[in-house]
Design a protein around this ligand. Structure first.
Ligand code: OXD
Ligand code: MN
Length: 595
């Protein structure tokens, strides 16, 4: 086997994997346009890609109905001790897990091609970037990786003979017998799916799923789970955060990083068109932020990704016009509905519902159908460079200086629209106690409340108690250069179950208040939970919102918060001795403030 690869470790790994998985052939990806087109041709012929007449170079895929989202129950952090993975992760010891997975990998690529995908998270060659090599038997993964990461033969050149990379092994887990017809979306049954991480070796093994974060291993597996462990080791932060630049009418720029759980509006906020005159928002990233302390002592952030893997349902010209414009061409859609004139459609899109469509399962659909036309976790994969408001500095190797960090979640009750932390430790407490109603981004029940600290519950690659401590330590290093921390909840509802806040472009009003806080131009009132805007604090000019709504939105009900305390105590108790003393103190002070 001569693959013309200079890196010895990579050669050895490719040989090892091919002997184990027994593919029919091996293909080394180069990331070119021609390669993308060839792969798409193949997918049209054999892989269920449906070309869309209405969108140039765009295709629709339908997944197997069992393979529609991340599988947190089948995701493992495999460290030598269970304690190291911590109470928020599924754990299996490396020896046991590897034995099981080696059994599954044996011969799993028979009848298929094994693709070797060299990719960079972050601009190729940037000192912050990390190199990964994904081996996969899915051409769908190859085309998605082309968009979501920087796939290139330059990555192999950069690796040279001895360069380090993160090996990411992926198989859909569906070998083909000689002459066997392939499924439209081959994958393994749920109890055979494994999304495994070995952080002590910087190693990722994924088996059985072809969907999103389970299969595009640069994203959640590398850029969050493995990177979070590296970040702790090396003194930086790998976070589930969007990054945006806000510019005020005077031209002053503010950079904001915001952590919300999956499918809670990160993409919408990242590309927002402010409703307040004179303010401008530019997108740097919509899902992941890598943040390091710069030479000037401030926190700088890059987006390690190259594209958007966004939730389609609910995206429209009224909720996210810039995303809609990003999606005009060169897009991969998965599990959206297909209209009769050859376009995609999903619930919440602008205009009338189609009178007829083919739903995500390939069935006839009409507005009378009881099922959704698009799966609630239907996705688009689109190049970030196509976003009309992509920031000119989005690929700057040193990143952008972060002024504001936001935490938040989806809470129909209790939590007001916005409040500010008293200080860094209090902000870490707000991140650590963030709770949110679950969404369709994970397989499992939707709409139940769970603690999702820093929106990282599914993505932290080590003991979350230690992760809290790492955040506290970062605050110590940043000192008075630390970003200010806020908490938001766009999703509070009234007693009729209606949203109180319009959200989307009007969220700019809340961000404006934060910027004015930074500049010392907006007052705030102390409450037990933090600093809330003064009565006139949020700019409501031009917004028709009943004063009662604003009162309800901003309400801090002490009794409701007191009722949260036992839940926070229970949540904290799972971390045992790994819960930092400084967070225990924060909880004590919170209880004292509640009276
Ligand atoms: C995502 C997720 O795909 O968080 O970004 O599920
Ligand atoms: Mn995400």
């Amino acid at each position: 086997m001569n693959l013309n690869i200079k890196n010895e470790k990579l050669n050895r790994w490719i040989k090892e994997v091919s002997e184990l998985c027994q593919p029919d052939s091996i293909y080394i990806c180069n990331g070119s346009k021609e390669e993308y087109n060839q792969m798409i041709e193949l997918l049209i012929k054999n892989g269920g890609a449906i070309p869309l007449k209405k969108r140039p170079n765009s295709y629709l895929f339908r997944s197997d109905p069992s393979d529609v989202a991340r599988v947190e129950d089948r995701t493992f952090i495999s460290t030598s001790s269970k304690e190291e993975a911590g109470p928020t992760n599924n754990w299996l010891g490396p020896a046991e897990l590897k034995k099981t997975m080696l059994g599954l990998y044996k011969g799993c690529m028979k009848g298929r091609t094994m693709y070797v995908i060299p990719f960079s998270m972050g601009p190729i060659g940037s000192p912050i970037s990390k190199i990964g090599i994904e081996i996969s038997d899915s051409p769908y993964v190859v085309v998605n990786m082309h968009i979501m990461t920087r796939v290139s033969s330059r990555v192999l050149e950069l690796l040279g003979e001895n360069g380090e990379f993160i090996p990411c092994l992926h198989s859909i887990g569906a070998p083909l017998a000689h002459g066997q017809k392939d499924a439209q979306w081959p994958c393994a049954p749920i109890d055979k799916k494994y999304i495994s991480h070995f952080p002590e070796e910087n190693l990722i093994w994924s088996y059985g799923s072809g969907y999103g974060g389970n299969a595009l291993l640069g994203k959640k597996c590398l850029a969050l789970r493995i990177a979070s462990v590296m970040a702790r080791r090396e003194g930086w932060l790998a976070e589930h955060m969007l990054i945006l630049r806000l510019t005020n009418p005077e031209g002053r720029q503010y950079h904001i990083a915001a952590a919300f759980p999956s499918a809670c509006g990160k993409t919408n906020l990242a590309m927002m068109m402010p409703s307040i005159p004179g303010w401008k928002c530019e997108c740097i990233g919509d899902d992941i932020a890598w943040m390091k302390i710069g030479a000037d002592g401030r926190l700088y952030s890059i987006n390690p990704e190259n594209g958007f893997f966004g939730v389609a349902p609910g995206t429209s010209y009224s909720t996210n016009p810039m995303a809609m414009d990003t999606l005009k061409g060169n897009v991969i859609f998965t599990n959206c509905a297909l209209t009769d004139d050859g376009d995609v459609w999903w619930e919440g899109m602008d205009g009338d519902e189609p009178v007829h469509a083919i739903d995500w399962k390939g069935r006839d659909w009409t507005p009378e159908s009881v099922h959704e036309a698009a799966h609630p976790n239907a996705r688009f994969t689109a190049p970030a460079s196509q976003c009309p408001v992509i920031c000119k500095d989005w690929e700057k190797p040193e990143g952008v200086p972060i002024d504001i960090i936001i935490f938040g979640g989806r809470r129909s009750e209790v939590v007001p629209l916005v409040y500010e932390a008293y200080n860094w430790d209090h902000g870490v407490f707000l991140g650590a106690t963030a709770a949110s109603e679950t969404t369709a981004a994970n397989i499992g029940a939707v709409g139940f409340l769970r603690y999702d600290p820093f929106a990282m519950k599914p993505f932290c690659g080590y003991n979350m108690g230690d992760y809290f401590q790492h955040w506290l330590d970062m605050g110590g290093k940043l000192g008075n250069k630390a970003p200010r921390i806020f908490y938001v909840n766009w999703f509070r509802k009234n007693s009729d179950g209606k949203f109180l806040w319009p959200g989307f472009s009007d969220n700019s009003r809340v961000l404006k208040w934060m910027c004015q806080r930074i500049d010392g131009k907006a007052g705030a009132q102390e409450t037990p939970i933090g600093l809330v805007p003064d009565k006139e604090g949020i700019d409501l000019n031009g917004l028709d919102i009943p004063p009662d709504n604003m009162r309800e939105l901003m309400m801090v009900n002490t009794d409701e918060w007191k009722a949260e305390i036992p839940n926070i105590e229970k949540h904290f108790s799972i971390f045992g001795s790994r819960l930092p003393e400084r967070l225990k103190l924060q909880l004590k002070e919170f209880i004292r403030r509640l009276g």
